[in-house]
Design a protein. Structure first.
Length: 189
C-alpha cells in the first residue's frame, strides 16, 4: 500500500489494485503525460479509485454479514461485551477473542454474544461466515437424512471460512446426526 509521501500516480495505482485493476504508477504517469493531466487530476483519479475500492469492500462485508445469519438488528461486538464480569482462568483466554482465538467455556459467561461478535469480526475481515444454533443444525441434518441429500448439506457447511455452531452442549443428536456433525468437523479440519 502506498504511504503518505507517495505520488498521486502511486496512490492511484494502489487504489486501482484494490479494485482488481493492474496498472502501475509508471503507466499512469505516461497516461497522464499523454492526456496532459497534472498532479491534481491524478489525485482526483486516486481519490475516485479509493472511494470505489472502499465502497466495494463495504458491500462485500454487508453481503458476508447477511449470508452469515448473524443477528443484524442489534449486532453483538467485542466492544459491546463486558469482559470485566469474567473471572478465573477463562478470563485471559476470553480477553484474546478479538484476535479470533478459540471460544469454549462454561455456561453463563456470554459465549453466544462472543460467538456472534467473533463471527461479525470474521465478516469484517472478509471471511465467509455461517452462524447456526446446534438445534437448527440437528434439524437440518434430520431433514437431509430423510431427503437423502446429506452430502449437499455437509458440503454447504464445509464451505464457510468460519462456521459457528452455538449451544452445542444444549442439544442431543441421534446417531445419524452425530455422524454428520463429525463429518463436517472432519472435513473442515
Amino acid at each position: 500500500m502506498a504511504g503518505a509521501g507517495a505520488s498521486p500516480y502511486e496512490l492511484a495505482s494502489d487504489a486501482a489494485s484494490r479494485l482488481g485493476i493492474a496498472v502501475g504508477a509508471e503507466e499512469l504517469a505516461t497516461l497522464a503525460s499523454d492526456l496532459d493531466l497534472g498532479d491534481g487530476e491524478m489525485a482526483a483519479v486516486a481519490a475516485t479509485f479509493s472511494y470505489l475500492a472502499e465502497k466495494r469492500r463495504l458491500a462485500s462485508i454487508e453481503t458476508l454479514l447477511r449470508l452469515s445469519r448473524l443477528p443484524r438488528r442489534e449486532p453483538k461486538t467485542f466492544e459491546g461485551f463486558d469482559f470485566s464480569r469474567i473471572q478465573g482462568r477463562d478470563a485471559a483466554a476470553l480477553g484474546k477473542l478479538p484476535s479470533l482465538a478459540d471460544l469454549v467455556g462454561p455456561g453463563g459467561i456470554g459465549k453466544t454474544h462472543l460467538a456472534q461478535a467473533y463471527g461479525r469480526e470474521c465478516c469484517m475481515r472478509g471471511l465467509k461466515t455461517y452462524y447456526i444454533k446446534a438445534t437448527e443444525l440437528r434439524d437440518r441434518f434430520q431433514k437431509a437424512v430423510q431427503r437423502g441429500n446429506t452430502s449437499r448439506v455437509v458440503s454447504s457447511l464445509v464451505k464457510p471460512s468460519c462456521l459457528i455452531v452455538d449451544e452445542v452442549g444444549r442439544c442431543v443428536y441421534d446417531r445419524p446426526c452425530t455422524d454428520l456433525f463429525f463429518d463436517v468437523v472432519d472435513r473442515r479440519y
